[in-house]
Design a protein around this ligand. Structure first.
Ligand code: NDP
Length: 286
């Protein structure tokens, strides 16, 4: 006889209504015939403590925390995984025996997605941006063995701070480069990543102020923007003979890592991918 008590996972954020992760997780749990649910919860900052206590009290396996809780959650945690500790930001919490461990799987999702095309170990990377996504990607790529990481950011102070963080806490050599108009990607770059929000729906006509003639064939060019998947940045890269990597893979792989941390099971990435595309109402062209 089937039981009537599901294991619970979910997300705490505000605003939460446009977050498609619930669609990915519920589709993958159902596909694996697991009695686990994922609840997308609207949690304002003043209620974060209650939400965390509620999750512990109800025996949740864990939860994601998204904007604006990625740093505020730290005070409720007992332990931090390395990437969360270095970035100082947590997007996934695992609850075991009432103890809370914080992980940052944004970067892990990116690196897993990247590894479907190339291994970041011993590569030279250029990352545009220095916000939450860029921090996670830079730290995780460094932990995955990237040799050098150049951070390019509109606001110099934030870019310098991220470069210093990666340089001092990992084995990668990291440096900041000012974002000069028509920025030229340095010779010898293996992987170039847009980790800014430029090109995100509904501003899909926007693209990075980068000289696209500095793309070289053989370069892997990635985007964190998942909607639309084929951004102008990626289209220009593909036109120049580079290998484009959309932001969909980062989202799916992050969800895959989260589910593994919570349940110990590896869910079906194809099911997640299809659920995400359906949820966003998009067709991936690549
Ligand atoms: P943040 O607000 O933390 O950072 C935004 C970054 O974009 C900053 O570096 C900012 O530069 C830069 N930026 C914004 N506008 C411009 C512009 N016009 N020109 C140049 N740089 C600009 O955001 P997040 O890092 O959290 O998110 C960034 C993007 O990543 C979003 O689109 C988000 O949806 C996406 N994302 C995708 C994920 C996935 O799984 N695919 C996961 C997480 C995020 P400055 O410092 O100068 O302000």
């Amino acid at each position: 006889m089937p039981g009537f008590l599901s294991d619970l996972t979910g997300s705490f954020s505000t605003s939460s209504a446009q977050n498609p992760t619930v669609a990915i997780m519920e589709a993958a749990y159902a596909d694996a015939r697991m009695d686990v649910r994922y609840l997308n919860c609207e949690v304002p900052p003043a209620h974060l403590a209650d939400a965390v206590r509620g999750a512990i009290g109800m025996g949740w396996l864990g939860f994601n925390c998204s904007i604006p809780h990625k740093q505020a959650i730290l005070e409720y945690l007992d332990e931090l995984a390395p990437s969360a500790s270095i970035t100082g930001a947590v997007n996934t919490v695992i609850i075991r025996d009432g103890r809370l461990t914080g992980e940052n799987t944004d970067g892990q999702g990116f690196v897993q997605s990247l590894k479907t095309i190339t291994d970041p170990a011993s590569t030279n990377m250029v990352i545009f941006g220095a916000g939450g996504a860029a921090r996670a990607i830079a730290v995780e790529s460094a932990l995955a063995g990237a040799s050098s990481i150049t951070i390019v950011n509109r606001t110099g102070d934030r870019g310098q701070e991220l470069a210093a963080l990666v340089d001092s806490h990992t084995n990668a050599q990291a440096a900041f480069a000012p974002w000069t108009p028509g920025f030229s990607i340095p010779d010898g770059t293996d992987i170039a990543v847009n980790a800014t929000s430029v090109g995100f729906h509904p501003n899909a006509d926007a693209t990075l102020d980068v000289d696209t003639s500095s793309f070289t064939s053989g370069m892997v060019v990635a985007d964190v923007v998942a909607n639309p998947p084929m951004t102008r940045w990626l289209q220009a890269a593909a036109d120049a003979g580079c290998t484009p990597l959309t932001g969909l893979g980062m989202l799916v792989n992050q969800a895959l890592v989260n589910a593994r941390l919570w349940t110990g099971q590896t869910l079906n990435a194809d099911v997640m991918h299809r659920a995400l595309q359906q949820a966003l109402g998009i067709e991936e062209k690549s």
